[in-house]
Design a protein around this ligand. Structure first.
Ligand code: CA
Length: 224
C-alpha cells in the first residue's frame, strides 16, 4: 500500500511517515502543495493524506484538481480543529474522510485501514445497470443515457449501493456504514447532502426518499 503524505509541518510529516512505515505502508512525503499535486497526479499512490493549509496549492485545490482529472484514489483530509468549515469544504471537494488535528496515530491508522478496505472491496466490481443508469464504479463514471457524468468516490459508493439494492429501500444506517465506514466522524445528515449532489448530477429523478428511513432507486425509470 503506497501512501502519499502532503504536510508542510516537517516534524509532524516525518513522524507520521515513520509511524506509517512501521505499520507496513510505503510512504512518500512532500511538504508543499504544488509538488503534492504533481506527485498525486502520478497515480502511483493507493492513498493520499492531504493537509488543508499548505504552501503553494492548498489541500482543497489539490483534491478538486485530482477529481476533475478523474483521479479517484482515496484522500484523507487533515484539518485544523478551529476551522470546522474546512471539513465541509474538503468533503465537498471530493475528500473521502477527514481527521482533525491533533489526532492520535491510532485514529490515523484506523482511517487509513478503512479507506484501503473500501478501495479493495467495494471498488472492484464492474459495470452496473439499473433505472436507466450505467455505472462504472472503477472510474466513478455514470451514464444517464444522454451523457457521461463524473462522480466523486462517495457519490460512486452511494450510487453503487442504491443500484445493487434497486427497488429496495436502503436504510440510512446501512448507507452510512458502507459509504462512510464505522469509524467515521461524519454525521448521518451528510447522506442527505450527498443524495442531493447525486440527484443534481444524474438529472433523472430515479432516487426516491422514504422519509425518516432511507432511499431507493426506482426501477421503472429503466430505459436500458
Ligand atoms: Ca499545514
Amino acid at each position: 500500500m503506497k501512501v502519499l503524505l502532503v504536510e508542510d509541518e516537517v516534524k509532524l510529516a516525518n513522524a507520521l511517515a515513520q509511524i506509517l512505515k512501521r505499520h507496513g505502508y510505503q510512504v512518500d512525503v512532500v511538504y508543499d502543495g504544488d509538488q503534492g499535486l504533481e506527485m498525486a497526479e502520478s497515480g502511483l499512490y493507493d492513498l493520499i493524506v492531504l493537509d488543508r493549509m499548505l504552501p503553494g496549492k492548498d489541500g482543497v485545490t489539490i483534491i478538486k484538481e485530482l477529481r476533475r482529472q478523474g483521479m479517484h484514489r482515496p484522500v484523507l483530509f487533515l484539518t485544523a480543529k478551529d476551522a470546522p468549515a474546512d471539513r465541509v469544504e474538503g468533503l465537498d471537494a471530493g475528500a473521502d474522510d477527514y481527521l482533525i488535528k491533533p489526532f492520535s496515530t491510532e485514529e490515523l491508522l484506523a482511517r487509513l485501514r478503512a479507506l484501503s478496505r473500501r478501495k479493495d472491496k467495494e471498488f472492484v466490481d464492474t459495470t452496473l445497470r439499473a433505472a436507466g443508469l450505467t455505472l462504472d464504479p472503477l472510474k466513478g463514471e455514470v451514464s444517464n443515457g444522454t451523457e457521461v457524468i463524473q462522480l466523486t468516490v462517495k457519490e460512486t459508493l452511494l450510487l453503487e449501493l442504491l443500484m445493487r439494492h434497486r427497488g429496495q429501500v436502503v436504510p440510512k444506517e446501512l448507507i452510512f456504514e458502507r459509504v462512510w465506514g464505522y469509524d467515521s466522524d461524519s454525521e448521518l445528515g451528510n447522506i442527505d447532502l450527498y443524495i442531493h449532489y447525486l440527484r443534481k448530477k444524474l438529472k433523472v429523478p430515479c432516487i426516491k426518499t422514504v422519509r425518516g428511513i432511507g432511499y431507493y432507486l426506482q426501477e421503472d425509470a429503466d430505459v436500458s
